[in-house]
Design a protein around this ligand. Sequence first.
Ligand code: FDA
Length: 498
Amino acid sequence: CNASLASSDGFLQCLSAAIPEQLLYTQSSPSFTSVLVSSIQNPKFFTPSTVRPLVIITPTDASHVQATVVCGRQNDVRIRVRSGGHDYEGLSYRSKRPEVFAVVDLATLCSVSVDQKAATAWVDSGATIGELYYAISKASNLLAFPAGICPTTGVGGHFSGGGLGMLLRKYGAAIDNVLDATLVDAKGRLLDKQTMETDVFWAIRGGGGQSFGIVLSWKVKLVPVPPRVTMFSIPKSVNEGAINILTKWQEVAPALPEDLFIMAIIKKQVAKFQSMYLGTCDALLLLMGTRFPELGLNQTHCKEMTWIQSVPYIYLGNTATVEDILNRTTSMNSFSKATSDYVRQAIPKDTWVQIFTWLAKPEAGIMIMDPYGGKMSSFPESATPFPHRAGVLYNIQYMNFWSAATDGSARTKWLKDFYTFMAPYVSQNPREAYVNYRDLDLGENVVVGNVTSYQAGLVWGQKYYKGNFQRLAMAKGEVDPDDYFRNEQSIPPLVASK
Ligand code: FDA
């Protein structure tokens, strides 16, 4: 019914009157496809049948974003907003259901301004986290920011959902370090922390992208790091004791001093323990000798480097340079599907034996596990919409990949079946999930009378937000009661009865 109400011509005319023509790409523009694919990560969402935007707007100024919202409201055309395009379900640039919509692509609104003295920065949503890290390192090698591992991830979507990386045990998630933000709301107003409702400022820090408006920029608190950090990466196969080591890792990694982060990635029959320590190799050896000797860390495993050098090292490999984290090019050759879990009670050893059997299958994917504890546990569940705090041992991300040569059905089936198998061993009531690892199989919105249903949203909403879902829906009701900003997993509005 939205499609029939929408006035595409009226919308395009309204845009043309307010925004320079060279910033608008309609489907007939020669560059439409190249702009559309510029940040698509998953080729699964770029097929002939994908529902594509009517127009892509590439604003260079806040006023262009405000005008787009006003034009969209006037003509019943909805907007999706894209920062880095890394959404696992592609919701920033495609609609699962047929509808007329526009994409506001923030990629060119990407400035980063660091105040070294105050240890703060303003970063635009269209910047990548690699660009943020780079700008910080140019100002000081003793400052950093706690956010994700993949440098091309966009600030806008990433901060909207949480933002987790190797500094999370020491400094929490990205959202725990946000001081202010600017937002264009559903009325086209440009707001900041002072002018937006308190609950809206709370909601945009972890309540997921798209629901509350378009966040244009974020003021963040930078965090201190030592001049050198120590990295290691130790693979252990099942034959080398991976099962015993993982069983122990579950209890040790979330309880270690918060300067030490050891994640585990399991692929086939090998668990790789990848770590960052905010200190020297000598100090790390002492710590690991007493707390986790089973891993067998020795001097040869240690790689000391600056914090900024650790960014390409972890994600791009040991030959990558710091400048490589500025490269936004995407390859689009790997199709993928992911979902997530939270573990609150250590998984028994005999279950790990079974898990490795699942991972030995030819169609198997991988497990990526980040330990929590430390600073992550210090926030109450309601401090931000992101509720996975005290009591979480670690999160699991399940991922599977395939190439264009297959349709991926065997790979996605494996993921689904394995997720079902894991149910008894992970958090329950709700079975928690991380919104930045978005999975539409957890549930999709139902629109009733042109407004997203709160009841239907509870199915997926409680998994991502636990008890915070209701407050998010109330915040949505305050800032966007008409449910203008919506997608398949946006927060439904709850409007308080007067
Ligand atoms: P994208 O632009 O696709 O937006 C994601 C969602 O947010 C969409 O719904 C979109 O509409 C909305 N949105 C985007 N910009 C907005 C804005 N300015 N205002 C309001 N809403 C906005 N996560 C993590 O915590 N740690 C990690 O290490 C990684 N690593 C990683 C690697 C790779 C290869 C991928 C593909 C993903 C990750 N992620 C991750 C997950 C990542 O944090 C998540 O996909 C983010 O939402 C991506 O943000 P983008 O801006 O890139 O996505």
